[in-house]
Design a protein around this ligand. Structure first.
Ligand code: SF4
Length: 291
């Protein structure tokens, strides 16, 4: 198998086929991210992908789920992506689900008709790093997307019948704008119907621009308690049908269908707020080395 660098995949994809189609991230400039530090963006040639598919077919010809590896394989144009999807179906005819990560802006170079065609060629699910719906925060972290673009592009994905996941990055706006980050993010998502939302909590990794800004005193990190209060505001304001779960970087565990479990989540967050021990959560975060 051709794997260029560290392979990142969502936890739920752990038991699925991991097929590399890109290496690195085409953007690689979000100020909080160190996932693809030192990894050049590269598109795998179709012959290389075919070699891997041939290898996979030999040990797992009945594979049902394939995850396309790379920071944002969805950046590939319709013309490049469709043949890859068709090759997967050719080598693994029992495959029922093909998923991948993408930047929301990767949708801009595809029409709804093309997205529908990708859907019928096997693309079922995309993981998008929304991070925030607050324009000031998005600008500050160099995400290169706006709230309006998030809504417009995700609506195209919905129209094409592709399921998708949005990541909310708790604490991303720092101490000053946490409340706006929560309110604006909920406002954006309330216009959408993501299949899932996961909540990750910001950890400042050495070498990232945000870590450097914090060291210079230009970015004031939210305390652990401020993050939980921000998260409660986000959940309070959220009003859509979805499924919510948290990443291990988040200090609390929340999981369930939404809005059915909204009140349970709010009660839990309020209990944690009332009984909070900053020191325990801070020490836990200091041990986190990477997402
Ligand atoms: S957060 Fe995602 S889009 Fe941003 S640099 Fe990291 S992998 Fe790329």
């Amino acid at each position: 198998m051709h794997y260029t660098a560290t392979v990142y995949r969502p936890p739920v994809e752990a038991n699925n086929i991991l097929l590399q189609v890109t290496s690195g991230c085409s953007h690689n400039s979000c100020k909080f991210c160190n996932m693809y530090e030192g990894v050049s963006f590269r598109v795998s040639p179709l012959e290389e992908i075919e070699e891997d598919l041939n290898e996979i077919r030999q040990f797992n010809p009945n594979a049902k789920r394939v995850y396309l590896v790379g920071g944002d394989p969805f950046v590939l144009s319709f013309e490049k992506l469709k043949p890859i999807l068709l090759k997967i179906k050719e080598y693994l005819p029992k495959c029922e689900r093909i998923s991948m990560a993408g930047r929301i802006s990767n949708t801009k170079n595809k029409t709804v008709e093309q997205l529908k065609e990708l859907r019928s060629s096997g693309l079922s699910f995309i993981y998008f790093g929304m991070e925030s719906g607050d324009d000031e925060t998005l600008l500050h972290i160099n995400k290169k997307q706006t709230a309006q673009e998030i809504v417009e592009q995700c609506k195209k994905i919905e129209e094409a019948g592709i399921e998708y996941h949005l990541i909310y990055l708790n604490g991303l706006a720092g101490a000053k704008r946490g409340n706006d980050h929560a309110l604006e993010s909920a406002k954006v998502i309330n216009q959408l119907k993501p299949t899932e939302i996961s909540i990750t909590s910001l950890t400042l990794f050495p070498g990232t621009e945000l870590h450097k800004a914090a060291q210079r005193g230009e970015f004031i990190e939210s305390t652990e308690l401020e993050r939980i209060i921000e998260l409660k505001t986000f959940i309070e304001q959220l009003d859509t049908d979805t499924y919510i779960y948290v990443h291990y970087t988040t200090a609390v565990s929340l999981e369930g269908t939404f809005p059915e479990n909204k009140q349970m989540m709010l009660n839990k967050l309020q209990y944690i707020i009332n009984n909070f021990d900053e020191e325990i959560y801070r020490k836990r975060r200091e041990k986190i080395r990477t997402v």
